[in-house]
Design a protein around this ligand. Structure first.
Ligand SMILES: Nc1ncnc2c1ncn2[C@@H]1O[C@H](COP(=O)(O)OP(=O)(O)OP(=O)(O)O)[C@@H](O)[C@H]1O
Length: 306
């Protein structure tokens, strides 16, 4: 898999505000790359720079192996961008909006008709094509906005927080669309502050905080490297857990206890042994799944939603 995008030490200041200090990451072809970070971390700024809407103050970007500073027009034509705010004409139908955006990207006539039909199919909104956008829910508008960004058949699709404030049905549709686009060979950059979305969709991620990329890599590797492994135990009438070998920390959570350990199987076996010897009535004994929340916490010392 080749590299499709290389971002190197991007910097951006708005007035006094340093929005990007040092943003570097690489995106491989055919992947869904998650740009994860809390509100104000610098995700939208990064995406606006990638799509030529604003200029960086420093750093370099190579897309499809070309320097964006030198060949921006040719590069931008191969990118589809869905901004955070919906950009559609409320009075026009979904179909007419798509005609407008398709023509803006230089697609006309029969090929445009064909692509609009495909895009409507992909969004699951073919039956609403003739209705005015003002009658659509927020989630449906977002789906049409994504369709509009696909009409010129870009190689790279950039989605800026596409699920903020939308209904679960539209969210599922968007997820399905992303998965099928990836299957067809598209590369996607997906920004969000929802960790579970990144975990569900992306193979590679970069975590951004205060204008810095604090880590990046394959999701599995980051979970393995930074996430604390732990076991959760809940038993009826149990008032304490004895200190066990290889358990580094024990604390109460909910109705039970969390035991942090690198030796999950061994710890579980010990608990089963203790439970049987002491007649504990076990209600739950399970491994706590490593999550990006743990990764973020261990890298920044704060929770993602703080
Ligand atoms: N036009 C602007 N003028 C001044 N400051 C800005 C401007 N745009 C963004 N900022 C600031 O730059 C920082 C990064 O903003 P950015 O929108 O890139 O973050 P984000 O990660 O996309 O967060 P959000 O999800 O809230 O949009 C924030 O502190 C924000 O307040």
């Amino acid at each position: 898999m080749g590299t499709i995008l290389k971002v190197d030490r991007l910097e951006k200041t708005y007035g006094e505000k340093k929005a990007l200090q040092n943003v570097s990451f690489t995106v491989s072809q055919g992947t869904c790359f998650g740009l994860l970070g809390p509100n104000g971390a610098g995700k939208s700024t990064t995406m606006k720079i990638l799509t030529g809407i604003i200029q960086a103050d420093g750093g370099n970007i190579h897309i499809f192996g070309k320097d964006i500073k030198k060949q921006s027009k040719a590069i931008l034509h191969q990118i589809g961008y869905v901004p955070q705010s919906i950009t559609l004409y409320e009075q026009l139908s979904a179909y007419d909006n798509l005609v407008f955006f398709g023509e803006m990207y230089g697609v006309y006539g029969q090929p445009l008709k064909q692509r609009i039909a495909e895009a409507l199919e992909q969004t699951g909104l073919s039956d609403r094509a003739k209705d005015a956008i003002k009658t659509f829910s927020g989630g449906m508008k977002r789906r049409i906005n994504i369709a509009a960004a696909l009409l010129h058949r870009p190689k790279l699709l950039i989605l800026d927080e596409p699920t903020v404030g939308i209904d679960p049905q539209s969210r599922n549709h968007i997820f399905q669309m992303i998965r099928s686009l990836i299957k067809e060979g598209m590369t996607i950059i997906y920004s969000t502050h929802y960790m579970e979305e990144v975990e569900a969709l992306c193979n590679d991620i970069a975590i951004i905080d205060h204008g810095n990329v604090i880590t990046q890599g394959p999701l599995n590797e980051l979970l393995e490297k930074y996430s604390q492994k732990a076991v959760y135990i809940e038993a009826e009438g149990l008032s304490g857990i004895p200190q066990l070998n290889n358990v580094t920390k024990i604390y109460e959570e909910g109705q039970g206890w969390v035991l942090e350990t690198d030796t999950i199987t061994e710890t579980m076996a010990k608990i089963l042994h203790l439970a049987s010897r002491n007649n504990w009535h076990l209600k739950r004994l399970e491994m706590i799944r490593p999550s990006l929340e743990n990764v973020f916490l261990s890298l920044t010392g704060t929770k993602l939603r703080d």
